[in-house]
Design a protein around this ligand. Structure first.
Ligand code: NI
Length: 177
């Protein structure tokens, strides 16, 4: 329906804990999902969480198609995830670069669990229950953090690994979450 403005870091709404979706069949939820999709596509993002467009509900979307510009980004299925729950599998964390549509132009090195199980509901009320690793696991952890008011810079271990993407990677672009 419409591309919505994405809130940027500093807006206190990004720091709130989002509420559980109680009615997974409402027209409000339906139009939220359309707006999330439209906004993510317009900005070429890898994912987007409802709080990023100012809606404090536990809803995220994500998905990455195979793209020759990002040979290292393995495809992630287009997913709507409502009321997600993440369970880390093991203690291993790996660091990699992330970006965020709410932190435009910047990038940082963030540790994430290497493998997770995530559960939740899709837009038709169907159960989602997946065990994933690597980039897919990273995207899900990043998006679900938004539901708890957490932005990726809060996880950075060494702030020397935080800065403008064009400075770190002059020749490349990347996906934002
Ligand atoms: Ni983000």
């Amino acid at each position: 329906m419409s591309v919505r403005p994405v809130l940027r870091m500093g807006d206190v709404r990004l720091l709130e804990v989002a509420k559980i979706v109680s009615d997974k069949n409402s027209s409000q939820l339906h139009s939220l999902l359309i707006d999330l999709r439209d906004t993510m596509q317009a900005l070429n993002g890898a994912g987007l969480a409802a709080p990023q467009i100012g809606v404090g509900l536990r809803v995220v979307i994500f998905g990455v198609q195979a793209n020759p510009r990002y040979p290292d980004a393995e495809p992630v299925p287009e997913t709507v995830l409502i009321n997600p729950v993440i369970t880390p599998l093991g203690n291993e964390k790996i660091e990699d670069w992330e970006g965020c549509l709410s932190v435009p132009g910047l990038t940082g090195m963030v540790p994430r669990y290497q493998a997770i199980r995530y559960q939740g509901y899709d837009e038709n009320g169907g159960v989602i229950d997946r065990t994933v690793s690597g980039f897919h696991a990273r995207v899900v952890q990043h998006e679900c953090d938004h539901l708890d008011g957490i932005l990726y810079p809060m996880h950075i271990l060494d702030m020397r690994n935080f800065g403008f993407r064009e400075e770190f990677f002059p020749d490349s672009s990347a996906l934002d979450e």
